[in-house]
Design a binder for this molecule. Sequence first.
Ligand code: MSP
Length: 574
Amino acid sequence: RTRALCFRRYGSYSPCAGVDAPDLRAYFTTPIFYVNAAPHIGHLYSALLADALCRHRRLRVPGSASTRFSTGTDEHGLKIQQAAASAGLAPIELCDQVSAQFQQLFREAGISSTDFIRTTEARHRLAVQHFWGVLEARGLLYKGLYEGWYCASDECFLPEGKVVWQLGPTGDSCPVSLESGHPVSWTKEENYIFRLSQFQEPLQRWLRNHPQAITPEPFRQAVLQWLEEELPDLSVSRRSSHLHWGIPVPGDDSQTIYVWLDALVNYLTIIGYPDAEFKSWWPSTSHIIGKDILKFHAIYWPALLLGAGLRPPHRIYVHSHWTVSGQKMSKSLGNVVDPRTCLDRYTVDGFRYFLLRQGVPNWDCDYYDEKVVKLLDSELADALGGLLNRCTASRINPSGIYPTFCTACFPSEPGITRPSTRAQAEDYALVSAVATLPKQVEDYYDNFQIYKALEAVSICVRQTNGFVQRHAPWKLNWESPADAPWLGTVLHVALECLRVFGTLLQPVTPSLADKLLSRLGVSATERSLGELYFLPRFYGHPSPFEGRKLGPETGLLFPRLDQSRAWLVKAHRT
Ligand code: MSP
């Protein structure tokens, strides 16, 4: 029954009855990245998670018009102003340089964004000033004296309880943020203040009524917990004499808009705000963010949106951080892992696979090079590449065609054994596992568990290798009438499994999946999830692949790294 249902979901020749129609439009966003320093693997990870979610959605709902995916750079604020000053650059020069680095990295890493925003663009200033005007017109801004701690690195105000005193490099005691460890300074000035406190209850209601608003669940619980505490009003501007690198408050040049308000509005600028067209994308939005910026996205942003008469975003997906040898990555510790070196060493697809397979949103993950080599060699080179090679090599498949499936050898009812039946119980288990895999993967994507989706694929790859090993097609003979139908069937089943794996891996390893599917002879129009009719012959349907010429042999799917990378040996020695 499960098998039949699953076939209908992904393989039916009739319309997918009973399947929820996905939302018509989907808008994915990454955070916009600070340009005070070069990108590192944590930034790439944020962008990759969004990219994989977006690519998976495109496979589910083909048609580029229904999916949008934005990224960009966050260029204003004290942090950038200070970084430019210490680099001896004008702020815009620093922004131009570092924004270009992010753009180049994302191009190289195959981030399939449709929009890139820089907050220094004129369209953004317009959107932010309009948004400000709406808040003002709705009576949500007032002028008042703000006195408290400010952390320029995190660009946030901190209550007394979140500040601790630590010994600084010169031996003096310095105030730092309890959470980030970054230095804080005392600020006292007249600012514009947003009536955030009015939104405590509406935010609680929103989160209680939308259990899927923040994923994974522990992060939603954390936000609900924060909302149990006092929610003070929020200072949303700084004196221009102190912070000049930003967007001026409309009608009051003596004040600059707080960088987080400025930055969050990027999500609206992208979709054309304030022009009415933005409404076709809002709020069907999925924000992908790191846990360090949860408060800004799950409290400030929805409150600002509600204040401006808009709905909170549809979903917020939160991930944890990459550490190096158990430590936070930082320029001062000198342990920042350069993503471009990694893409170079492990290939784009290899590194994408590693970060998404090993990165668990709920917990921090530790990075080290040996882990990458071990994972990629075992899962991409040996298991997946080996499987493809075993089933397509000319010594095993001299005709180079997608072989015929023999229903007498592998009947669809496992219970009935005839003399012609060659399939065993484990073979039925394999078919059932691969048939349910696309739905399983889809559920994992919905729950922001891409690592689990990849683990599920990897388990099935192993199971398929077991199937091939069990029936040892290399011991069967095409010339023998007794062997040939079963030999064809074993290869047909293995190729069908590979076709499913290739299709499902597209969001994570697009080039490798393309290579795999091209080798199987699967055309570009046969690669969406809606087209994924797994093993139709087993279910009594014709197969479009049977008898088709395989694609050309283009070399190893993923060459092993430990043999080809001399740098690793060097790294071990030093
Ligand atoms: N500019 C703000 C975001 C504004 S969005 C309206 C910002 N920028 S950031 O450059 O500091 O961080 C961007 C993203 O990178 C965040 O999601 C953050 O969590 C992520 N990461 C930064 N360091 C990270 C790791 N070490 N590991 C994983 N992700 C990390 O915050």
